[in-house]
Design a protein. Structure first.
Length: 293
């Protein structure tokens, strides 16, 4: 069923989603991860990705990072488009500029980071529904974004199931050893390192957490058949994010914006509208009574 929003509800969703995107970009500014903060990198890796190769052949990555002035202008354009979307939520040009700029940022940053940091995909697709002026297209694309979120979690769970990794008792142990060695060597006295050490010693606990993660991710398949459990799936996603932080020192802040599509915005915004109209009617009634007096 199509998700229907009116113009005012769309404005509220623009401010909610782009507000989260702005927080994510400010976080990346503070983390020195914007293109102007990469200090003109030279070595990159375009992987076996046709989109990355196309950008590479066109010289996009090099052009955006060679000169600090152009890189800074691009970063300001990217951030400014988000701010403008918040200031003018009825417009569509700001989201369109943002979606184009964040694609260039994703490809360029990933190329020189030599690592596909997948949570940025959250920022990459979160603005897509808002590029449409038509409320019908907006509702349909918002619905499509929800299904994309369900696909992300379900595919992650099914990959673990069919690959058989959930049957390996040492799967979590191997993940910790391959990803947290530097932390264990340099900050071995910290609470996070102590937690990883405990999980390495108690292999059964690590496996139990990995198995629970597999089950929770696979449960998102329910959302393809009904929206009845969407709120529960949203909180399941939050539990997974928190769990990933504690067990893998990984927090996908940029991906959480997509999880917002699982919330029943139609009910939230409709209830807000009824409350506002009731307050307005009451205020008008008081005004009329005062006027007669």
């Amino acid at each position: 069923m199509n998700t229907v929003f009116d113009g005012e509800q769309r404005k509220i969703l623009v401010r909610i989603f782009f507000g989260w995107v702005l927080l994510a970009l400010l976080w990346r500014w503070m983390d020195a991860s914007m293109l102007s903060q990469l200090e003109s990198p030279v070595l990159g890796n375009v992987y076996k990705d046709l989109t990355f190769w196309l950008f590479q052949l066109l010289g996009v990555q090099e052009a955006l990072t060679t000169g600090h002035g152009l890189a800074l202008a691009f970063d300001l354009l990217l951030t400014g488009s988000v701010v403008l979307a918040l200031v003018r939520p009825a417009g569509v040009w700001s989201p369109r500029i943002y979606c184009t700029a964040i694609l260039f940022y994703f490809v360029t940053h990933t190329t020189y980071a030599n690592h596909h940091y997948r949570p940025i995909i959250g920022l990459l697709v979160a603005g897509l529904p808002f590029v449409f002026r038509s409320l019908d297209r907006f509702g349909r694309s918002f619905q499509a974004l929800r299904y994309y979120v369900l696909f992300l979690y379900t595919s992650a769970g099914l990959y673990k199931v069919f690959r058989g990794s959930w049957l390996n008792m040492d799967q979590m142990t191997n993940i910790i050893e391959n990803t947290q060695l530097e932390l264990l060597l340099t900050h071995g006295d910290g609470w996070h390192a102590q937690l990883f050490t405990w999980l390495l010693v108690h292999e059964w606990a690590g496996w139990a957490l990995f198995f629970a993660c597999t089950v929770m991710e696979t449960l998102f398949i329910i959302g393809f058949f009904t929206k009845r459990w969407d709120v529960a799936l949203y909180f399941t996603a939050m539990i997974l994010h928190i769990g990933f932080y504690f067990t893998m020192d990984f927090f996908a802040f940029e991906l959480i914006v997509l999880d917002l599509t699982l919330l029943p915005w139609n009910k939230f915004l409709a209830a807000r509208g009824r409350t506002f109209r009731s307050f307005e009617d009451e205020a008008n009634g008081q005004f009329e009574i005062t006027g007669r007096a």
